[in-house]
Design a binder for this molecule. Structure first.
Ligand SMILES: Nc1ncnc2c1ncn2[C@@H]1O[C@H](COP(=O)(O)OP(=O)(O)OP(=O)(O)O)[C@@H](O)[C@H]1O
Ligand SMILES: [Mg+2]
Length: 179
């Protein structure tokens, strides 16, 4: 359960290869599933995660510890970190990298081959931005996605009483708990 001041948090270090985008997508899909995030929100979140992770891997320097030489055949240190936070009303996606250069929202021409990633993030999110936390060497790029307001959905009703159905009344079979 989330509370107003404490989100659910999950994070994944990404190796400095573009295939890490796929790992980020898979990881986030599993986290959202375990958090019961609604499907439409998941689709948007996964698109945003793909764009932010790809940007960190393509445009930003790795986090300092990833620059250390890796012994042959050993896993490489992470280039960036994906952090997912589930708050009561929204999802927060954060991608931390090791570079102080900032993301720039571009306005590419119709035939340009790149420069659309952040436009997509801008369209699919409620808000996005970046932070330069001290004393870290890099930055955090974040995007916020609102969750559907479940409190405004019409509750299912008990056909006999007309009142909102109680949880066990919605179950097709199985005994009601003792009261
Ligand atoms: N994490 C980052 N670190 C440094 N620069 C970034 C980062 N993310 C984005 N940028 C800068 O912002 C620009 C716009 O990013 P955007 O994702 O919109 O386009 P793109 O990555 O160049 O192309 P596309 O995403 O369409 O393949 C990039 O070209 C890059 O200069
Ligand atoms: Mg991009």
């Amino acid at each position: 359960m989330t509370s107003a001041d404490r989100p659910l948090i999950s994070s994944l270090d990404l190796a400095p290869q573009l295939y890490s985008v796929r790992a980020a997508r898979r990881y986030a899909t599993a986290a959202f599933q375990s958090w019961h995030v609604p499907a439409g929100t998941v689709d948007n979140a996964i698109t945003i995660i793909s764009e932010l992770a790809a940007n960190a891997l393509r445009h930003a320097a790795p986090k300092p510890e990833a620059e250390a030489e890796q012994p042959a055949g050993r896993p490489v240190a992470s280039a960036c970190t994906l952090v997912l936070q589930l708050w009561p009303a929204y999802l927060l996606i954060l991608v931390c990298d090791g570079d102080r250069r900032l993301p720039v929202l571009r306005h590419p021409s119709r035939d340009a081959e790149s420069g659309r990633g952040l436009q997509l993030v801008d369209e699919l999110s409620e808000a996005w931005g970046y932070a330069l936390p001290e004393p870290a060497a890099g930055k955090v790029v974040w995007a916020q996605i609102m969750l559907p307001d479940l409190s405004e959905q019409e509750p299912e009703r008990n056909s006999a009483t007309g009142r909102p159905a109680l949880p066990w009344e919605l179950m097709r079979s199985g005994a009601a708990p003792e009261t």
